[in-house]
Structure formats: structure tokens, C-alpha cells
Design a protein around this ligand. Structure first.
Ligand code: GUN
Length: 294
């Protein structure tokens, strides 16, 4: 059994990005610049955004944090997005989700210029992904594909079972793994809360991608020997023994499932660190105008 070390891999990729930034600097080019919009005080969102801006600093990118109060109006937020769309120094930006209930997330996502949509959430990028055209891949699926590629895990002809059909993980993973590509060519089954006989389906999986947000949901009797298990869950469970009062667990019952697997991602330290690194890779692509040209 091999533990896929997302933390170490993300550090390696970050050092590769830092070298690219050094080259850009030496050549007198423009330093990649990522902006993040954070609305309100959601503690998890604050942590995620801090990780993103810190990672930018680490690789030598410029980063800008735009903070808005929880009471910001939808119109004000759309104006913020338009200002970022029109700011030539900013190569890409993200609006951290979730947004307060009075703001329509879809409207905000649609207001982002697809050329700067380094989250890959805009329908133009999603559609281009589905068609196999150059695009910004959403960070989590991009991170997973990168892990599979860098660990040399064969996907061609394998049965991948995805648990969860969200727009940002389950659905894009189903598209990417079935695509005719280096990491792809899987036979994909996408499962969700209404799926009947989930355990039986999972037992036929060569690759499992768990993205449902239920702690320890995938048990050992649902996994066949030799499976590759990718755990996307980041669930907080109460833990009085920890200073902060909780610990993070995945969607997979790790202790019981890991011994069965050929490869497994831990939580924390698996998929999570790779998502931020993917965002940096997308920002580098944006600054090089690799996806959409000038
Ligand atoms: N909230 C949870 N994950 C993400 C993400 O990848 N991007 C943004 N913008 N918000 C999120």
C-alpha cells in the first residue's frame, strides 16, 4: 500500500513554480498575480483564502486579498468582480464560496471573465473541459489528476466509481476520468445519495473518488483489494483532545480501508494541499495566456 503524499507533491510542484517565477523575473517579465475575494467571516473560508495567499507568496506570485463584509450587496460584489476583470495587473482571481445566502453564487460566477476564472467554475471553462479544449480545470479535480499522473497510476481501462455529483468535484471528475487522455480512459460510474446498491458498485471499483462530505462513509467492506482510493472529504469532527476542539477526517474510514488499497490519499495531507497548488498552476497559465491567448 502506498500513501499518496499530497503535501510533499504539492511542495515539489510549488518549488517548480517558484523556479518558473525566478525565470520570469530574470527575463524582466510580469510577475503572476492572483486575487481572492473573501466575503464575510466564515472560518473555513478564511483559512482557505489565507492558504491561497500564503502559497502565492511562497512561489513569488503577487497576491491581493479583497475583503467584503457579510452585508455586501449582490450589485456591489458584481462591481468588485468587474473591477478585477478590468484590472490588467491581475491575471486571475477567485471569489471564495460559499457566499452569504442573499447573494446568488451563479450570478457572481457568471460575472467573472472566463480568461481570469482560475477556479474553472465559469460555464465557459466547464464546457471547454467537457469538450477537451484548453481550459482552467477546477482546482480539486486538477489536483487529483496531477496526483494520479505524478504517481504513475494507470487509469486506462479501469473502472472508476465516483461518489458525489457536485459541480466542483464529482461531475468534473467523471468527465476527466472518462476522457481520452493520459489520465483518463476509465469506465466511469457516478454515484450519489439516490444510488441503490452503492456498496456493491463500490466493490467493483478499481479507483474510488469519494466526495460526499460524510465522515468515514466508505467502509472496508465497500472496497476491493488493490483499489486506488482518493478521499476528497474534509470533515470536521468534534475532538475534545485537540486544542481547537475538532480534527479533520475524510469520507473514507482510513484506518480500516488503507490496508486493502494499492494507493490511498490521507486526510489531511492528501487532496487538500494539491488544490491550492492547482490554483497556482492555473494562475501561471493565466499569466502566460496559455488558455485563451492574448
Ligand atoms: N469553496 C470551497 N472550495 C472552493 C474553491 O475551490 N474555490 C472557491 N472559490 N471557493 C471554494
Amino acid at each position: 500500500m502506498t500513501i499518496i503524499d499530497g503535501k510533499a507533491l504539492s511542495e515539489k510542484i510549488k518549488s517548480e513554480i517558484a523556479q518558473e517565477v525566478e525565470k520570469i523575473k530574470k527575463g524582466g517579465g510580469k510577475i503572476p498575480h492572483l486575487a481572492a475575494v473573501l466575503v464575510g467571516d466564515n472560518p473555513a473560508s478564511k483559512v482557505y483564502v489565507r492558504n491561497k495567499t500564503r502559497s502565492c507568496e511562497k512561489v513569488g506570485f503577487k497576491s491581493t486579498l479583497v475583503r467584503k463584509g457579510a452585508g455586501v450587496t449582490e450589485q456591489e460584489l458584481i462591481e468588485t468582480v468587474h473591477a478585477l476583470n478590468n484590472d490588467d495587473d491581475i491575471d486571475g482571481f477567485i471569489v471564495q464560496l460559499p457566499l452569504p445566502k442573499h447573494i446568488n453564487e451563479e450570478k457572481i460566477t457568471l460575472a467573472i471573465d472566463p480568461k481570469k476564472d482560475v477556479d474553472g467554475f465559469h460555464p465557459v471553462n466547464f464546457g471547454r473541459m467537457a469538450l477537451g479544449l484548453p481550459c482552467y480545470l477546477p482546482a480539486t479535480p486538477f489536483g487529483i489528476v496531477t496526483m494520479l499522473e505524478r504517481y504513475g497510476i494507470e487509469t486506462s481501462g479501469k473502472h472508476a466509481v465516483i461518489v458525489g455529483r457536485s459541480n466542483i468535484v464529482g461531475t468534473p471528475m467523471s468527465i476527466l476520468l472518462s476522457r481520452k487522455a493520459k489520465v483518463g480512459n476509465c469506465t466511469v460510474t457516478i454515484t450519489h445519495s439516490r444510488t441503490q446498491g452503492l456498496s456493491g458498485i463500490l466493490r467493483q471499483a478499481d479507483i474510488i473518488v469519494a466526495a460526499i462530505g460524510i465522515p468515514n462513509f466508505i467502509k472496508k467492506d465497500m472496497v476491493q483489494k488493490g483499489a486506488v482510493v482518493i478521499d476528497v472529504g474534509i470533515n470536521r469532527v468534534e475532538d475534545a483532545s485537540r486544542k481547537r476542539g475538532y480534527r479533520l477526517v475524510g469520507d473514507v474510514d482510513y484506518e480500516a480501508v488503507a490496508p486493502l488499497c494499492s494507493y490511498i490519499t490521507p486526510v489531511p495531507g492528501g487532496v487538500g494541499p494539491m488544490t491550492v497548488t492547482s490554483l497556482l498552476l492555473n494562475t501561471l497559465k493565466a499569466s502566460r495566456k496559455e488558455v485563451y491567448g492574448s
